[in-house]
Design a protein around this ligand. Structure first.
Ligand code: ADP
Ligand code: MG
Length: 335
């Protein structure tokens, strides 16, 4: 790519070399066009075998990694990524907390957590300073996975928060008050049951809720849909991140970019991937998440694709992408 990215100068992109589920699928697609039943079944076999190799325990980070899943565009795969990465990490033996910060409560639904009005939720933690320990609910499906559900009350929080003291840091305060969330402390008593990851699923806007997440987190996971206009609006998100770093949370780092709904057979997806990699370099995970019907079906069964269809390419890709995340040493480290 010789033209400068719309985000400004960037280092020359290296060759894009996805090496996992998506990659295997592409190799198979090279042999055949990937559309015959035989090719599909071969692909599936390879993916399942590849998947078996992946299922060792994952390393525990030495502090709680608080990751903000954000992109103010709707429908790019934030919620899908949040719940499937959370499930993958938990299946790898880690303790994971999902904080649902979207009034729609889609992450709560996908994880089969009740979230009708009256259920203790993110709203209570942020607006009424209710202790998070009283709100955290275990997933009925997956050991080690916990959820702070969102109810529709959260829709009003954007406005209610405006007049509150320290309105941008309500979520951060709530998280830090939880004894098992330790972004800065490691070792010692209580380290065994410390959360290894907190994943915050943001709403599709850059309002006060997302701002609270950016102030509360130490890393960002940005899902980018491998489609036309994928990068539209990303500049605005990155400007917001810079503003937060300058004034509210200097340690915030865009550590992880994940390509979602990737179609290995189109030039468009490859082009988007190349442009994203050109700008973000190694922050982009080598595993792209393919477009997969199984991924989109899973929530209607109150499941993630990791339990709904563990051998499917979508599940294997999320498992591999999550492994990549877990293996990555964070530059910032504990704060
Ligand atoms: P967001 O939270 O960013 O609004 P979602 O995660 O809710 O986005 O995804 C938007 C829609 O796209 C949902 O219907 C979801 O099931 C579907 N979807 C997400 N990822 C995939 C994928 N890899 N393959 C197929 N459908 C997907
Ligand atoms: Mg969502």
């Amino acid at each position: 790519m010789s033209t400068p990215s719309r985000f400004g100068p960037h280092p020359a992109p290296g060759p894009v070399a996805y090496r996992t589920a998506g990659d295997v699928a592409r190799v198979v697609a090279d042999v055949d066009d990937g559309s015959t039943p035989l090719a599909r079944s071969v692909e599936q076999d390879i993916l399942v075998r590849e998947g078996l190799r992946l299922r060792g325990p994952l390393p525990r980070p030495d502090h709680t990694r608080v990751m903000v899943v954000a992109n103010q565009k709707g429908g790019v795969g934030k919620t899908t990524t949040t719940v499937n990465v959370a499930a993958s990490l938990a299946q790898g033996g880690l303790r994971v907390l999902v904080v649902d910060l979207d009034p729609q409560g889609n992450a709560s639904t996908a994880l089969a957590i009740e979230h009708h009005r009256g259920i203790p939720s993110t709203y209570d933690a942020m607006v009424d300073s209710a202790p998070l320990v009283d709100i955290v609910t275990p997933s009925p499906e997956i050991d080690g996975l916990f959820v702070v559900p969102a109810t529709i009350d959260l829709a009003g929080a954007e406005i209610e928060l405006v007049s509150m003291v320290a309105r941008e840091s309500r979520l951060r305060k709530a998280l830090l008050a939880h004894p098992q969330i330790r972004p800065d402390r490691t070792g010692g008593d209580g380290d065994e049951d410390r959360f290894d990851y907190v994943l915050i699923d943001c709403p599709p806007s850059l309002g006060l809720l997302t701002l609270n997440a950016l102030v509360a987190g130490d890393e960002m996971l940005i899902p980018i849909q491998a489609e036309y206009y994928a990068l539209e609006g990303l500049g605005q998100l990155l400007e917001t991140v810079e503003m937060v770093k300058a004034h509210l949370n200097p340690g915030l780092e865009v550590s992880t970019i994940m390509l979602t709904m990737y179609d290995a057979r189109t030039r468009l997806s490859a082009g988007v991937a190349e442009e994203v990699r050109g700008h973000f370099g190694d922050q982009v995970l080598r595993t792209a998440i393919p477009r997969s019907v199984r991924i989109s079906e899973a929530p209607s069964y109150g499941q993630t694709v990791i339990t709904y269809d563990p051998g499917s390419p979508g599940a294997l890709s999320y498992l591999e992408a999550s492994r990549e995340m877990a293996m990555k040493v964070t530059a910032g480290g504990p704060r």
